[in-house]
Design a protein around this ligand. Structure first.
Ligand SMILES: Nc1ncnc2c1ncn2[C@@H]1O[C@H](COP(=O)(O)OP(=O)(O)OP(=O)(O)O)[C@@H](O)[C@H]1O
Length: 651
């Protein structure tokens, strides 16, 4: 017996003894090797005229024997000589990739899909087989050889019989254990499934004998009561589809075919909303086929949702969900990336592999962005549907990147316009803005209806300015991290910014100081505050710490009062954070009770203050404060006290 080289032994140990969940990839590895061997012979035939063969003679056969518990993968490729068998199957050529695999296994624990991700080829057979026999005859040789091993210490090589060139890899499966049922691989269904899943796009036919049933011909003398009879028969079928859909020219593939591929591959029952691809050639060649789903998966916003694209190398599936290929804000995109260049490097040089993946990921991200822009421009209804499904993720992307993704994503956002009563982009908002408008205004709350009725919103609308009504939880957080939106300022002849040009601030109409009050209005409000200092002070004292101040408003027209905020936290943000777990509920807004000095109620307040009727001032203060909160959709601290106050007023 010949002994395995030390490093091979280590890898064998790692593979066989790790609690490795993805044993089924053994078939993919053997079929890949068979395909490589067939490739080698085919290429030889292109340059060596003595090799007579045509491409359609080449292929791979998979079969199984339930009683003997064997699976056989045969090819009619280049084959191996006695020396080849010894060299190729007795050691592992790339010790650096081996070192990497081991390192990772130690770092990340056993259940990491290292083997599945990088493919360790032939040795993976020992994950399911207790012994492996390889019978091979090299092209042009007379003698065939058999290599055999139980995967522990070593292997034997002896002369064998094989009629033609090629290789048979015969696995004798391990016995079933409590954890693992190896019989699952000993069935037509099981093997077909694996071939389709992992080796569907191998360039050569992967054939298997399959059982079928057909109706027997009707006998000529059959009477009227003849019942059709069926018989079982077997037929060799090609299981894989060979040419990947992403490698076919776009003009050759109907949209229905793409839809079918999408639904089958990604287990969706809805057609994709958009289909697009990338074909890159050069130092790093790859093809990508990407889909935007037609609906959001139910678990998109849950912790269990896993983003990622399928990654193929040389036509075999390397990874089902390669996370690194998609940014979080595009986590909903499904698709396939296939690169011939990647496989080589994946099993050799991890760093380089990461660089390559990063380069592909960057291109993928750019492509998705440009496709979304195209969709927004050309298919508004489709885009609105898309945004309803996935818009939240885009905004979340801007928010979690602290606004860094604003340039890429902000123009893709849609918000409900109070004026237009439909969804608009921020660019459309800017375009429709009157020349004197300084900011982009928005109101945030839980429903469009409620927001549309807010007194402050109506004041702003009354001035001819549109208000974006924001009802998604992430809207305001996204706006705050963006701060502003719009093209860069225009420059005058001296290179200075021209006033009034440049990005516009995003302003919550119920927060901070609004910038549209005229000088006169501001002066008027200031004067009213000064004249009624004692009243405002008394009201503030009565309400205590729940508010930071009572002020005369410049933003109210019809309503007597409103609760607004100072500082970064708006009422809506406070409401949202109160629903979040862990500490966020402690975040409070700094509330301001704003009074409309032109409202008749203000006169009543003034009268009560002048008459020294503190009870009345307090009663009115409570009512004005609480009703403003109700209008905003905020909870009031003591509804009973509020009801009592209103009752007292009526009685
Ligand atoms: N069916 C086969 N026909 C001819 N040669 C084979 C066959 N299977 C394996 N070999 C030879 O054995 C070598 C080792 O195979 P193995 O699958 O371990 O590694 P690999 O295919 O070179 O690399 P990897 O699978 O990690 O990309 C191959 O490079 C090839 O030369």
């Amino acid at each position: 017996m010949r002994k395995f080289k030390t490093e091979s032994k280590k890898l064998l140990d790692l593979m066989i003894n790790s609690i490795y969940t993805n044993r089924e990839i053994f078939l993919r590895e053997l079929i890949s090797n068979a395909s490589d061997a067939v490739d080698k012979l085919y290429f030889k035939s292109l340059t060596d005229t003595s090799v007579q063969l045509t491409k359609d003679q080449l292929g791979i056969d998979v079969s199984f024997d339930k009683d003997a518990r064997t699976i056989t993968v045969s090819d009619n490729g280049i084959g191996m000589t006695q020396e080849d068998l010894d060299r190729n199957l007795g050691t592992i050529a790339h010790s650096d990739s081996m070192a990497f695999k081991q390192e990772n296994a130690e770092q990340q624990g056993d259940d990491v899909d290292i083997i599945g991700q990088f493919g360790v080829g032939f040795y993976s057979a020992f994950m399911v087989a207790k012994s492996v026999r390889v019978v091979s005859k090299a092209y042009g040789e007379e003698q065939a050889w058999a290599w055999e091993s139980d995967g522990v210490e070593g292997y034997t090589i002896e002369a064998a019989e094989r009629e033609t060139n090629g290789t048979d890899v015969i696995l004798t499966l391990k016995d079933n254990t409590e954890e693992e049922n190896y019989d699952q691989f000993l069935s037509e269904y099981g093997l077909k499934d694996l071939i389709k899943r992992y080796s569907n796009y191998v360039r050569y036919p992967v054939r298997m004998e399959v059982e079928k049933s057909r109706q027997k011909p009707k006998p000529e003398d059959a009477g009227d009561d003849y019942k059709p009879e069926y018989e079982q028969y077997t037929e060799v079928e090609t299981i894989n589809s060979m040419v990947p859909i992403w490698k076919r020219g776009k003009s050759d593939v109907k949209q229905e075919e793409y839809n079918e591929f999408y639904k089958q591959t990604f287990h969706d029952f809805t057609d994709p909303a958009a289909t697009f691809g990338i074909h890159a050639e050069g130092a790093l060649s790859y093809d990508a086929l990407l889909f935007i789903p037609g609906r959001a998966p139910y678990d998109l916003y849950s912790k269990d949702y896993k983003k990622g694209l399928e990654l193929y190398g040389s036509n075999v599936l390397i990874m089902e969900k390669c996370e690194d290929l998609l940014p979080d804000h595009y986590n909903f995109v499904r698709g396939v990336v296939d690169s011939q260049d990647l496989t080589l490097n994946i099993s050799r040089e991890t760093l380089q592999q990461n660089n390559q993946l990063r380069a592909i990921a960057r291109k993928v991200e750019k492509k998705i962005t440009s496709e979304l822009k195209k969709m927004l421009k050309n298919d508004r209804a489709g885009y609105e549907k898309f945004f309803e499904n996935f818009g939240r993720g885009l905004e979340y992307g801007i928010y979690t990147s602290y606004g860094m993704l604003k340039d890429e994503l902000a123009e893709l956002l849609l918000f409900y316009s109070a004026k237009e009563q439909k969804l608009v982009t921020l660019d459309e908002y800017l375009e429709a803005m009157p020349a004197n408008q300084k900011s982009i205004y928005y109101a945030a709350g839980d429903s469009i209806d409620r927001l549309a009725k807010l007194p402050i919103v109506n004041t702003v609308l009354g001035r001819g300015y549109d208000v974006l009504l924001c009802t998604k939880d992430v809207d305001e957080f996204c706006f705050q991290s963006m701060m502003n939106y719009g093209p860069e300022p225009e420059k005058d002849a001296e290179g200075k910014d021209i006033e009034g040009t440049g990005p516009k601030d995003l302003k919550n109409v119920a927060s901070g100081v609004l910038d549209f009050a005229t000088e006169d209005e501001k002066k008027e409000a200031e004067a009213a505050e000064k004249d009624n200092e004692a009243l405002l002070k008394a009201m503030k004292e009565h309400l205590g710490d729940v508010i930071t101040k009572v002020a005369v408003s410049t933003r109210l027209t019809d309503a007597p009062s409103a609760v607004t905020t100072e500082g970064p936290v708006s009422l809506e943000m406070e409401r949202l954070m109160s629903q979040m777990p862990e500490g966020m509920g402690e975040v409070k807004s700094q509330r301001v009770l704003e009074l409309n000095a032109k409202h008749p109620v203000f006169e009543v307040l003034k009268g009560a203050q002048e008459a020294g009727d503190a009870d009345k001032v307090n009663l009115y203060t409570d009512i004005l404060y609480n009703q403003a909160l109700i209008v905003e959709g905020m909870p009031i601290a003591d509804p009973v006290a509020y009801a009592n106050a209103v009752t007292k007023l009526m009685a």
